[in-house]
Design a protein around this ligand. Structure first.
Ligand code: PLP
Ligand code: COI
Length: 338
């Protein structure tokens, strides 16, 4: 094993063990850790035919004293519960979810990047319908799995400010389904992310599908803005993913940094009035945004294309500090892997 931790991008690396639990006859089995990274399924498995699948994403971090921790896995378990209910899949119980995350990280301890390298261990719990289904209906059998892979920055170029564009397409997250992380939503966004990259943009900013007036989120992260007087603003919508990072950041902004926060509808017209902008998520952490292109017209944030804006930087440093064990975390946010 010879990993250049500092040079890792956001990709898949085969690690030692993954967790697998099977659902059959109305119940989950006890689950195992296996070295086999392959999955063999019937050609007619519900996941292939009707995309009955959902996933979660969280990270494990190596702290300065060499311990391994993960960040708010209870909230991922709860969000996955909602995804499963919406996708007609059986819920994998929260306590078992947390235990399985810990066991999988523990079994891959040597893959948790060292403190100070900037890399982390990305944890991907996911579930899919595994038995053969040809009529449109849910599967009867399911697999809940967790894979882990060491990752570096999600966006190429590390923390260089991003260039986004306002999308003409929808992210296929109709009202009321924004709170699920389901395969189909992401499959429907692949065309658009490839197109954005080809046009020289890092990501798409989606507007609300009904009126094309309000800012929603990007393909893989929520969005935050900072006003000229230092208030943290995030779009309020029931068709965006309730990002655990965003919810944590709003708390950090208020309780650690004494900033005002607002969750409200943000129109595309409002955007040019903000001082800073950033994307937030498990993979994105907080990535600064320097410009948003609206059909050929650039909206440039005063923080520029070189550095993170000052308030975004404070939020970033405080959240990272909490996750890396340098700053005391709020009660219940950090789970030790032991
Ligand atoms: N929005 C979308 C569409 C995502 O895929 C993600 C990543 O999971 C997020 C937002 C950020 O959510 P979280 O902070 O819970 O990782
Ligand atoms: C995450 O941040 O965990 C995500 O799921 C975003 C992306 C990799 C889909």
């Amino acid at each position: 094993m010879d990993v250049k931790w500092n040079e890792l991008g956001f990709g898949y690396v085969k690690t030692d063990k993954r967790y697998v639990s099977l659902y059959k006859g109305g119940k989950w089995d006890e689950g195992i850790l296996t070295s086999d990274e392959t999955v063999t399924l019937n050609e007619c498995a519900c996941v292939f035919q009707y995309a009955q699948t959902c996933f979660e994403g969280l990270k494990a971090y190596r702290t300065a004293d060499g311990k391994i921790v993960c960040f708010r896995p209870d909230l991922n378990a709860e969000r996955m519960e909602r995804s499963c209910e919406r996708m007609k899949m059986p819920v994998f119980p929260k306590e078992r979810f947390i235990e399985a995350v810990k066991a999988t990280v523990k079994a891959n301890e040597r893959w948790v990047p060292p403190y100070g390298t900037g890399a982390t261990l990305y944890i991907r719990p996911y579930m899919f319908g595994s038995d053969a289904v040809i009529g449109v209906k849910p599967a009867n059998e399911f697999q809940f799995r967790i894979l882990v892979t060491p990752v570096g920055p999600y966006f190429k170029g590390g923390v260089k400010p991003l260039s986004l564009r306002v999308s003409d397409l929808d992210r296929a997250a109709p009202r009321g389904t924004g709170d699920i992380k389901a395969g189909l939503n992401y499959a429907m966004s692949l065309y658009n992310i490839v197109d954005a990259h080809e046009q020289g943009f890092d990501e798409n900013v989606y507007l609300d599908a009904a009126t094309r007036t309000y800012i929603e989120e990007t393909g893989g992260a929520n969005i935050i803005f900072i006003t000229k007087d230092g208030t943290v603003v995030t779009p309020k919508s029931d068709s965006i993913l309730p990002s655990i990072t965003r919810r944590s950041l709003l708390y950090v902004a208020r309780e650690y940094l004494g900033l005002k926060t607002e969750e409200r509808r943000v129109t595309l017209d409002d955007v040019s009035g903000f001082a800073e902008c950033g994307l937030c998520g498990t993979a994105a952490v907080i990535s600064p945004v320097g410009r948003i292109n609206d059909h050929g017209k650039d909206i440039l944030f005063p923080s520029g294309m070189k550095d993170m804006g000052p308030v975004t930087k404070k939020l970033y440093d405080t959240l990272r500090g909490i996750q890396m064990g340098e700053i005391k975390a709020p009660e219940g946010w950090i789970y030790g892997i032991d």
